[in-house]
Every structure is written in C-alpha cells, then in structure tokens.
Design a protein around this ligand. Sequence first.
Ligand SMILES: [Zn+2]
Length: 694
Amino acid sequence: MKEPKRYLVTSALPYANGPQHFGHLAGAYIPADIYVRYLRMMGEDVLFICGSDEHGAAITIQAKKEGITPQTIIDKYHPLNKECFRKIGISFDIYHRTSEKLHHETSSDYFKTLYDKGVFIEKESEQLFDEKFQQFLADRYIKGTCPKCANEDAYGDQCEKCGSDLSPTELINPVSTLSGETPILKTTKHWYLPMDKYEGVIREWIDKAQASEKWKKHVLGQCLSWLDQGLHARSMTRDLDWGVKVPLEGADGKVLYVWLDAPIGYISATKALIPDQWETYWKDDETKLVHFIGKDNIVFHCIIFPILLMAHGEYVLPVNVPANQFMNLEGNKMSTSRNYAVWLYEYLKEFPGQEDVLRYALTANMPENKDSDFSWKDFQARNNNELVGIFGNLVNRVIVLTHKYFGGTIPDIPTEAEQAVLEQAEEVYAALQAFPHELDAAIHRYEFRNALNEVINLARVGNKFLTDTEPWKLFKVDADKTAKVLAISLELIARLAVYCEPFLPFTSARLKKMLLLDETAVQEVLAGSFRVKAGYQVGAKELLFSKIDDAQIQPQIDRLATIQQVLQAAKEDAASTPVESTSFEPLKPEITYEDFSKLDIRTGTITTAVKMKKANKLLQLTVDLGFEERTVVSGIAEHYTPEDIIGQQVLLLANLAPRKLRGVESQGMILMASDKRLHFVAPVDVIDNGQVIS
Ligand SMILES: [Zn+2]
C-alpha cells in the first residue's frame, strides 16, 4: 500500500486465566510495543489495541476444575495482566476486556450482520457430548490423537504439534477434558462459516499483500499449507453457557465461537477508546492494520478473521501479520501447565527497576523467524556486557567528564580546535547520518533484533571515539579540543536517548532528563538538526544500568532446573517402575466382571518384526492369531531387537480400537509387564494361537 494515513496495531488478546510469561512478551507484546512507540515518535497517527480474552474453553475448563465461576477467574487475571503490561512499559492505548457489554453488543451485531447477509450455513450434526457434565465438547473440551501426526494431545479444533485444523469428530480416541470419559454422539444445530467459498479470495488477498510488504516466511508457509489442504466450513457457534450469546431465535444455550468473538474484541476495544472515530481506523482504506501474534494464532489472524472481515465487507484487512515463533527457556519448551516459565509479575517483583533489562534481553533474543532460547546467563551477559559495558559506560564517561572539566556546561570552543576535532569525528558523523535510516528500515521490516543492534552499535561508535581521542588525557594539553570531543559525544548520546525509546522507554526518559532534552530538543534530534554548542548544559549524573551478579540469577536458574528434574523424574517413572523399593502402583478403581469380560485377550505369535523409521521406541510387528494376522505397532524397541522376538508367543488385546501410529494402523496391543524394563506376558506353556484368556 502507499504511505498509510494511520496505523492500527493489535497484540493478541491474552486469555484472562493466568499470568503472562516471558514467551508471551517476546511473542506478541514487546515487538508490537517497539513498532508502535517508534511510529508515535515519528509523528504517525497510531492506535495500539489490546485486552483480555475472557471467553473460550480454557477459562471455563479451569473454572470447572477449581469449582469457581469463570467471572472469578477473569476478575483476578484481567487486572493483574493489565498492570504487569503497564509496568513493563507496553504502551497500549487501551487494554479492554471481552466481558464488557460493549464487546458483547459489538460481536453480537457483527454475527447478526453476517447472518442477515446469508453468510452462514445452518446445519444439524452429531457432536461429541459429555454425559457426566451434560455438555457438548468442542475445541479444548476434547482431546485425542491427531489423525495426521499421531500427537496424543491434539485438541478438538487444532493439533498444536502439526498445526492441522481438526474437528472434534476427527480425533482418534477422543476424551472429554472435563470428565476424562469417552464422549457419546448427540445431535445439535450450529451456524457454519463456509470457509471453502473464500479460498480464492483469501489467496488473492495474501498474494496482493506480498506485493506491498513481504510476510515472514513461516507465516506465509503456514497460510499456504492451510489453503493447500483445502478450507472447510467451520462452526461459528458453540453449545456453552459462557460467552457472547448467539443473537438468534432458538439459539438458547449457544454462544459465539471464541475465535469469532475474540478478534472482534480489537474492534470493540477501539470503539471503547474513541466512540466517535473508531470507524475511521477500521473502515478507511488508508489505515494500515497490523496484527502482532505468536505462531499458534496465525491461522486465526491470516485466514479466519480476514474471511469474517471480507464477509462483512466494510472493514479493512490486515496488511501484515508479523507473527513470532516460540521462545524456549534454558533449552526446554516453556509450559504454563507445568509451571515451566518465568512469570512477568514475579520478574517485576524480583528485579525492581530492571524493566528495560528484560525488554532488552527479550528483544535481542526475539524469536522473529525461528524459535529462540532465553537463558538467565544470556540475560546477565546482555546486561553486564552491553547495557552496562557499552551503553551505560559511554553515557557515564561523557557526563562525568563534562561535569569534571567544565562544570557541566560546554564552554566556547575556538574554531581552530573545533575544526581539528571534526576531522577526527568523521566516523561518528557518518554513523549518526546512517543510523536513523538503518533503524527505520529495520523497524518497517519488523526486524526488531536488527533495529536494537543499530542502537547498541551507535553506542559502540561513541565508545570508540572516546578511546581514539582520550579526553581524559587530552584535557591536560588542550581543553578546547576536549570540550569539542565531549560536545560531539553528547550529540551522539542525545541520538541514543531519543531513539532508544521504543526499546528502552524507562532508560530513554532518564537519559533525556540527564541531558536536559525538552520536547523541542527531541524534535531537533529527530530532524537531525540537534547540535551541542557553547552554553549547553547537562544535568546530574544518574545511574542507567547496574551489574547483575551471579547471586541474583542463580535462584532463577536453580528453580527452573528443579522443575526440569521433577519433570524428568516423572517421565522416567512413567517409562519404568522401580523394583527395589516397596513403592507399588496404587490399585485402580474396582471393576465388575462384566467390565473385564469386554476385553478380548488372545494368544498369538510374533511372526515378523521391523524397526519403524524415525521412531526410536517403536517396532512394527505381525502377530499370528491363528485365524488371522494382525499388524501391531509396539513401543518395545528400546528393550528388544526384532531378531530376538520373532517366534515369541504373546497375549494380544485384540478388540482395542485400531489406532494410527506414524502412519501405520496398529490393530491391537501386546500385553507387557514392566519393572525397570518391559517383559512379554505369555502362557507358561506354548499353546495354540487365537485362544481366549479369561
Ligand atoms: Zn497433528
């Protein structure tokens, strides 16, 4: 698009059912904040929109588990997250919430408009139903094995491992996440968005978007992979009691699908912020809409929401969706449910006054194009070597020397001395000239790591200038030249003070104060016309950064290591039960003979065995049952080689529903006993195959 008149920037709405961790910050909030702060600084018209997503299964499931209401949960986490974002300097223009009446009205009207336009298909179908909780199961209410990649923890709407779009009935071995029980099928009515009809226009739009601004490769790749798999109709309503009510007759007990209502949250938040002008931002072609999200939300922002916007017809579409990948923690995946994360609210408590250090470390390590890793050692090194060692050191030396030699005021400098130093400062002026352009280009390419690098490199240039000119020695022989060296250094630091604001807002404020830069001076810096001349005064020295020692980060490293050890031990326990101790698996709940008689266990003999490709634990076996042969995938490759087990008689659970593992359908399960390793279980004497165990 040509130069936009205004920007509308959104960050993913966090679920209000838990606190935010470093991964969230690095994914969708810090990059957006850098972008927005930079645009504001350049005088652009920009709105920065976010808020809590207070609907969705994650919240209701948690409420059911804890025996409290969803309202209690959102009333706890909405203010907590809002406050933490504020404290770390995320400069939202509004942090709204989807439980607000205005949002319910807005999303309800939006649905009604699409309904009246005949966008939806009304359809009755059989859906999974939890009898115990008397509830239909969709999205996160249902878990099972992904039919495409065999991930056992796939949800009813999406497999997070392979990114496939799923419907609950596609899951293998579906289990209700509410009761843990196998659901039944029951008929219900829903309104579907026929996404397949929009495949062509979505492709066209994505193509066209590339022409004005290249999307990140992984974003484009995920979109095309979805489109290539073919889009399907997706239900836009749910049988739930928590959410935005479906505004239609006969739709009692139904609410809007959370991925319909949540992105409309961006619209309702804008309405709440500027009731009279929100439409200009959402409906005028000269708005540039950019969504900042994590990679798990790509499909919702690049396909589903754009379809909803197109179907409505009055709204602008996003120009770019610069989604980030994931950030790992000390080499392991972050996990909210396992508490393997560093929580923002804890950081703010434990590292007071160090907000910018975190912003810096997360930006320097941002998972822009591939997954990255946060480690406390890296955090410490970035602070000590870069913020203290380069940035802080430069500022400190220049301010201290200006006070020491000139009482804090730059004196008159004779032209001759001025000229002599200017010749030495060529490198500095070249850097000062190139810097704003390099920075601008990086920001507009959403390359925030590079942009931050430009800032720290400018500080490096300043340090080199001091090392080359040695004002601390020069002063004894030529005070005039020394004054000029410091004046040039102060010009460079003024650039840093202004341009570090998007990345390090707290530091920028302190540094501006130290340099006594008022708004006029800031505008001069931005225009490139700022000069430090005779009479220029600096304020009192303030500490910008301080060293972080091992004692500060060791407890953090230890805490994460302990969690990893516990997780690892649990994993090993699951793999083998220890024999030496008196600890036995607790007995399972009592069952009736009838329950037992449902199991069809047969004798069989392994006739072939081969290792499965790319699966260290799995062997593919053929088991002869006498009356038929079965293919069975068994997780015993770490305990037995294929040669060892051909001819082995085994017991096979023969009426277990078949299940695909690594693309092979496993038709039954071989019974094993396990202590530290796995052992076959078989009749004491070899008997005929196909005999029933009872
Ligand atoms: Zn999958």
